[in-house]
Each structure stands twice: as structure tokens, then as C-alpha cells.
Design a binder for this molecule. Structure first.
Ligand code: SF4
Length: 401
């Protein structure tokens, strides 16, 4: 195990990565693939259950209050395997009574029956990947579902009494216009999900989109900013308060699990490529499912499948805190920074702030300094300008921009 097996109390998030998809979307650089051999599903769930068992004693004093099964596409797992996994999480860990238990869902891979069984097994929140409400844009992204599949899935989830639903949308899609993006936002918000995520499509190296990047008809940066600003405004108007660069929620429905990442709280991530921040150490597991299963099948410790491990303290902790807090709409609380690090944020990093405040990229609200929409859109640039070279070098790659 990459961290000391000390058993400390407190809350915790649990993340479980499912690295399978029915087919690969052209823009995706997550670790996921379409398996040729379906026997892998049962072997993989067995490996996850063993890995959980391995952490059981280290987590026995914790009360996990969020669980997130993500991917990949968790609903690509055969129903029995997915339910075995959900029940395994509940049986292994002492989950809080008010736990937020989320599963990511692809609309083309789930039925009403599965949703009912998921809810009965303990799932109380789903996140549905829609991305766009326009068929042409969905096809351009090589998504495997239609808008009709999404609508069926959403209605099925409501019928299955899942009362907390998040929907993912994207902007910056090839050929997308501001009008079509607002059409998608309008369509989704009329269904009244509790939560909406709005991500900027990035063309990542190694993806089919990257190879085609010169032929894709992509909006330029100014157009993207106009789209982002207009979509944020429509979401706010419809009652979805922005609480993070890409996330919007109705009152009381912010994603508890994702807030752990941005508030520098601890979580344990299981599965190939999953990252953890546990007992003060950040680590991740090998992004290869066969190697992961093999490693777990012969487990005496999980050192063999750990690809990075670093205790987070000093400069690295401070740098990560700044980067993560500025993702939130509330921004960085100056008093909390002082209490946590014993230093004054403005003395250490204040030199460049007047420029960003004056230009409208940042705003001061009481004890907090936050990015405005304009600042959020170029947050990578602003943070790399504020932080020193030394800070940036100290930050774990998993938390860099
Ligand atoms: S469904 Fe999600 S994880 Fe799977 S390939 Fe598409 S974007 Fe990637």
C-alpha cells in the first residue's frame, strides 16, 4: 500500500473507476475502452471488491459521506455486476446515513429496471452524460445515444424515484453555435434536473479529434467565451447557481463528492487510473485494467499497481489549495488560508491581484477573493501568472490545470 496503514477518523469520499465503454468517443482521453472479452467484467468487479476489502481496516474509523462510481461507463457493466459492486461498497464501508451515492449513466446503456435496482441497492444520485441536445452535434462527437435515448433515460430515472439527477453538457463542440448551445441548456433545464455540468470540449493529444483538429470546425476562443457566458446566464436565470467553473446546482444540490476535490478533502479512488488523496498522500493506480486485476489477484500490498505516490505538505499543499479554491465561485477565503498555512495570502501572492481585480477577472467579496466568469474562462492563465514557478513545480500533476 502506498500510504501508511494508519487508521484515522473523519469523512471520506470513495471513487470507483469503471474503465469500460461501449465504444470510444472521438474526443475522449479518459482511461476507458470497449472490451472484446465480456468475461472481464466479473473479474474486474472481483478485483474491485478485493481491493475494497484490502482498505477496509484503514478506513474503518471513517464515515464516507460520498461515493461516486464513474468512468468510462459504469452502466456498461452487466446489471448483476454493477449491483454486486454497489452492494459491495455498502457492505465494506461504514457509509454515512446521508451519503450521496452517485453513478454515471450513459443513456444508451441503462433500462428502467436497472435504475430501480440501482436505487434499491442504495444509489440516490445519477449523472447522465448528454453533452448536447442536437442530434448532429451528438453524431459529430460519436456519442452512442440520441436525444430520445436521453429523454427516455431521464424519465425512467424519475419513475424509478431517483430524486437527484445531474446532466452533463458541453460547449465548444464542432459546428456548435451559441444558439444551439442555448437550445441544449433550454431543453435540459426544462426537465428540471437538480444539477447541470457544463464542460468545455478540449482537443486532447492522442484522441481522433486531435488528429483531425485542423479539419474540425471549432468555435474560436472569443466565441467560446461568449457561449460560456450566455449559458451561465441562462442557467442562473433558471435557478441553477454556479458553484464551480463547470458546475451549477439548484439549492442544496451541489455535488458533495466533487466538492471534496475542490475543498482539498480526502478521497480514496479505486480502479486503474483512479487517483486518491488519502491519509495526506496523493497516489494513483496503474492505467491498465489487466495489470490492475493481476496486481490485485496477487495482493499482499498494492505497491505493484501504484504509479505515483506523494505526501502533500508545505509548498505543494499551499499551491494545490490555491488552484482548487479558485475553481469555486466562492473563491479563496483569506481567513481560512491564514488559519491553514499561518501566512497571509495577500502578502505572498497579492502582487498581481490589483490588475485582475481592476480588469474584472477577479472580485473581492468580504473575506473571499474569487474569479469572475471572465476570470474562470482563463483561469489556467491567471493561476500560472499568480503562482510562482516553485509553487507550480511542487503541485501534483493530477491537480495541475
Ligand atoms: S462515454 Fe465517456 S468515458 Fe466513454 S468514451 Fe465517451 S466520453 Fe469517454
Amino acid at each position: 500500500m502506498p500510504v501508511v496503514q494508519k487508521n484515522v477518523g473523519g469523512k471520506l469520499g470513495i471513487y470507483v473507476h469503471i474503465p469500460f465503454c461501449r465504444s470510444k468517443c472521438a474526443y475522449c482521453d479518459f482511461y476507458s475502452f470497449a472490451p472484446g472479452d465480456e468475461t472481464i467484467y466479473e473479474r474486474y468487479v472481483n478485483a474491485l471488491l478485493s481491493h475494497m476489502e484490502y482498505y477496509k481496516s484503514a478506513v474503518s474509523q471513517r464515515t464516507p459521506d460520498s461515493v461516486y462510481i464513474g468512468g468510462g461507463t459504469p452502466t456498461v457493466l452487466p446489471e448483476e455486476q454493477l449491483l454486486r459492486l454497489i452492494r459491495g461498497v455498502r457492505h465494506t464501508f461504514h457509509l454515512a446515513k446521508n451519503v450521496e451515492f452517485s453513478v454515471e449513466v450513459n443513456p444508451a446503456t441503462v433500462t428502467y429496471r436497472t435504475l430501480v435496482r440501482m436505487r434499491r441497492a442504495g444509489v440516490n444520485r445519477i449523472s447522465i452524460g448528454l453533452q448536447s441536445a442536437h442530434e448532429g452535434e451528438l453524431q459529430g462527437l460519436s456519442r452512442i445515444h440520441s436525444r430520445g435515448d436521453f429523454e427516455q433515460c431521464f424519465q425512467d430515472a424519475r419513475r424509478a424515484k431517483i430524486e437527484n439527477i445531474s446532466v452533463d453538457l458541453m460547449f465548444g463542440i464542432p459546428r456548435q453555435t451559441q444558439e444551439s448551445l442555448l437550445g441544449s441548456v433550454d431543453y435540459v433545464t426544462r426537465l428540471r434536473p437538480e444539477h447541470v455540468s457544463l464542460y468545455n470540449l478540449k482537443i486532447e493529444p492522442g484522441t481522433p479529434f486531435y488528429k483531425l483538429r485542423h479539419q474540425l470546425s471549432l468555435p474560436d476562443e472569443d466565441m467560446e467565451f461568449d457561449m460560456y457566458r450566455a449559458a451561465c446566464a441562462m442557467l442562473e436565470k433558471r435557478g441553477y447557481k454556479q458553484y464551480e467553473i463547470s458546475n451549477f446546482a439548484r439549492p442544496g444540490k451541489m455535488c458533495k463528492h466533487n466538492l471534496k476535490y475542490w475543498n482539498c478533502e480526502e478521497y480514496l479512488g479505486l480502479g486503474p487510473s483512479a487517483h486518491s488523496f488519502f491519509n495526506g498522500t496523493r497516489f494513483s493506480f496503474i492505467p491498465n485494467v489487466q495489470a490492475y486485476i493481476k496486481g490485485i489477484e496477487h495482493i499482499a500490498s498494492d505497491i505493484g499497481i501504484t504509479v505515483s505516490s506523494e505526501e502533500i505538505k508545505g509548498k505543494a499543499r499551499m499551491g494545490e489549495y490555491i488552484m482548487l479554491k479558485f475553481r469555486l465561485s466562492d473563491g479563496l477565503p483569506l481567513g481560512e488560508f491564514q488559519r491553514t498555512f499561518g501566512s497571509d495570502f495577500l502578502e505572498l501572492y497579492g502582487a498581481k491581484l490589483p490588475f485582475y481585480l481592476k480588469k474584472g477577472y477577479m472580485v473581492r467579496r468580504g473575506d473571499n477573493i474569487a474569479l469572475t466568469h471572465a476570470g474562470m474562462f482563463v483561469s489556467n492563465y491567471i493561476l500560472s501568472d499568480i503562482l510562482t514557478f516553485e509553487d507550480l513545480n511542487a503541485i501534483s500533476p493530477a491537480n495541475q490545470f
